[in-house]
Design a protein around this ligand. Structure first.
Ligand code: HSE
Length: 325
């Protein structure tokens, strides 16, 4: 910690001449949990993503501009990117601050890591302007304050993949232990019904206690999924995409969940389930043709519900937040 402060103090001299230095980033959506790994697994997506521009300013404040129609707060204390950047300013112990312009393309409450994209994108961009004095683990800690603001709880299964890219395992958040998990090529199909499920609400309905027999099934699946990803064993991945703890409860919040799931499996998906806390549903496939077939069945099912929806066919984003200039 001590060396961090002296680094940043050193850096301050450099930033005095770097007034108006700015960077634009693409901050990717993410799928938290990956079915069985509630709060411990997540993956980054190539689509959708938010676009954010962060500028250094010579005052220790955060100024936020939203250039979308979501009406998110501009008070930095009430904004997920704002609280993450305020924490960075605190850790810097200096006179610089950040001006942030956020163009959200990931709808808040979609289950595709909208809040994580904002807070992770903001700290990655800001850190770049500070010549990367903070480690990825530091950035995850700061960005998790955004998750706490959004859902009442710190969790890193959207933040970590957003920052690290690929598939990440969050073995622990106290102390933070993030592990990148290698994976074979995977296509991701998502359907996003245009209804909002607040993560806070979706967490409140969960049971606080579970049966040992269910826990055994769940940790068998988590271990199976991680092993399957590392060994590029698609059959093992497929068998392990099962959630006996969370999905049975949360799926009641998602219209046509069972139909989407069974239709996607029939279309050849490896498996899938609720994306994060929903309402989006995601499915993994081995190839693009299957992923498009899965999209068709999702579209057919949702057209029948009469609920507006949006679908994506994308791949796993291996680099996380991407710097544009
Ligand atoms: N693990 C979190 C949850 C992710 O399922 O509540 C929220 O996106």
């Amino acid at each position: 910690m001590k060396s961090q402060i002296s680094n940043s103090t050193m850096h301050l001299k450099a930033t005095a001449s770097a007034k108006n230095k700015s960077i634009t980033v693409y901050a990717p959506g993410t799928v938290a949990n990956i079915v069985c790994g509630f709060d411990v697994l997540g993956l980054a997506l190539n689509d959708p993503y938010d676009i954010m521009t962060v500028k250094l300013i010579e005052e220790p404040v955060v100024v936020i501009h939203n250039v979308d129609n979501y009406g998110l707060p501009t008070d930095p204390q009430k904004n997920v990117a704002g609280v993450a950047l305020l924490e960075m300013i605190d850790r810097l112990d200096s006179k610089i601050g950040f001006d942030v312009t956020i163009e959200k393309k990931i709808m808040p409450g979609s289950g595709i890591g909208s809040s994580a994209a904002s807070s992770a994108g903001a700290v990655v961009a800001a850190n770049h302007l500070l010549d990367n004095i903070f480690s990825n683990a530091d950035l995850v800690q700061m960005a998790m304050l955004g998750e706490k603001l959004a859902s009442g709880v710190k969790h890193a299964d959207n933040i970590a993949p957003c920052i690290y890219g690929g598939v990440t395992l969050i073995r622990s958040i106290h102390p933070l232990d993030v592990i990148s998990v290698p994976s074979p090529p995977l296509y991701v199909t998502l359907v996003h019904p245009q209804i909002e499920v607040r993560t806070e609400d979706a967490r409140q309905i969960l049971r606080k206690q579970i049966l040992l027999k269910d826990a055994i099934k769940q940790w068998g699946n988590i271990a199976g999924l991680v092993t399957g990803l590392m060994k590029s064993d698609y059959d093992l991945i497929s068998r392990s995409l099962e959630d006996v703890l969370i999905e049975p409860i949360r799926s009641i919040l998602i219209p046509a969940f069972a139909e989407v799931k069974s239709g996607s499996l029939e279309a050849g998906a490896l498996g899938g389930g609720i994306s994060g806390s929903g309402p989006s549903i995601f499915m993994l496939s081995r190839d693009e043709t299957t992923a498009r077939e899965v999209e068709k069945t999702m579209q057919e099912t949702y057209t029948n519900t009469g609920i507006a929806f949006h679908t994506y066919v994308t791949t796993v984003n291996m680099e996380g937040v991407k710097l544009m200039n």
